[in-house]
Design a protein around this ligand. Structure first.
Ligand code: DGL
Length: 272
């Protein structure tokens, strides 16, 4: 049973969903947040859909067992592969998922050219295809699968020459095509904003869905009468990882995420 005193549960393959957590915490400071980084299995992007579903289910089960009152799939890749399926499997659990912010980018573009950076599984997913069909017909959408970036970010390489070189490879064709908006379609990518700016300059708009997801979390809590009843209060944040706790603690600090306890999450999942 969902309990309004329980935490907001969030998960991602790694630290990427932290870029969403920042917005959720800012908008809902009274709420406790339990953030699960499935770093034993990062990256999700190159994996087959069935495998991502298994991982998303295991993460969901773990968060529910810790008392999470809502599950935020703070990962475009897991949303693409598993969100609809999760909603069917757990009809009594409120889920908030995400899809790359193509809609606002397409609406606001003046040049009519929008770049999209995402993982392979997100690019192949139906959620994105539907958004593109509905909202991006009037623009040229340059879809770039960005292999390797998630791995760099997980290692804390936010400004290494290798990361910069990868970004140049991915972004230069967008600039040459006159893209004026670039959608960061993976929750890891906003950590690279400063480096991306070095490649694209100051005028190109970088768009991500973090803030919109936070607003949706607030709406879902209201809809289900799940706001923490003890307000005003300061919510606690807990980070958990299926990987190395010390490494996650270092990333939380390095990426300037809101302070919180860091712990291990152990559960079985039948996946490499
Ligand atoms: N942060 C995840 C996303 O938004 C990263 C996916 C991955 O692990 O490849 O898609």
């Amino acid at each position: 049973m969902t309990n309004a005193r329980g935490p907001i549960g969030m998960f991602d393959s790694g630290i990427g969903g932290g870029t969403v957590l920042r917005h959720v915490h800012r908008l809902l400071p009274a709420e406790d947040i339990l953030y699960l980084a499935d770093q034993a299995h990062v990256p999700y992007g190159p994996r087959p859909r069935e495998e991502i579903r298994l991982l998303a289910q295991a993460a969901t089960e773990w968060l529910l067992a810790q008392g999470a009152k809502v599950i935020v799939v703070a990962c475009n890749t897991a949303s693409a592969a598993a969100l609809r399926w999760l909603r069917r499997e757990y009809p009594n659990v409120p889920f908030v998922g995400m899809v790359p912010a193509v809609k606002p980018a397409a609406r606001q573009s003046k040049s009519g050219v929008v770049g999209l950076m995402a993982t392979p599984a997100t690019m192949q997913g139906e959620l994105l295809q539907e958004v593109v069909q509905e909202w991006a017909q009037g623009v040229q959408l340059l879809q770039q699968v960005c292999h390797g970036l998630v791995e760099h970010i997980e290692k804390g390489e936010l400004d290494s020459p290798k990361t910069l070189a990868l970004l140049r490879t991915y972004l230069t064709p967008m600039l040459n095509a006159n893209a004026d908006h670039i959608v960061l379609g993976c929750t890891h990518y906003p950590y690279l904003e400063a480096l991306i700016r070095r490649v694209v300059g100051p005028t190109v708009h970088l768009v991500d869905a973090g803030e919109a997801v936070a607003r949706q979390v607030a709406r879902v809590l209201d809809e289900h009468h799940l706001r923490h009843p003890g307000t005003p209060r300061n919510g606690h944040i807990t980070y958990a990882t299926t990987g190395d706790v010390a490494h996650l603690a270092t990333l939380v600090e390095r990426l300037h995420l809101p302070a919180g306890a860091v712990q291990s999450a152990t559960y079985a999942v039948s996946c490499a």
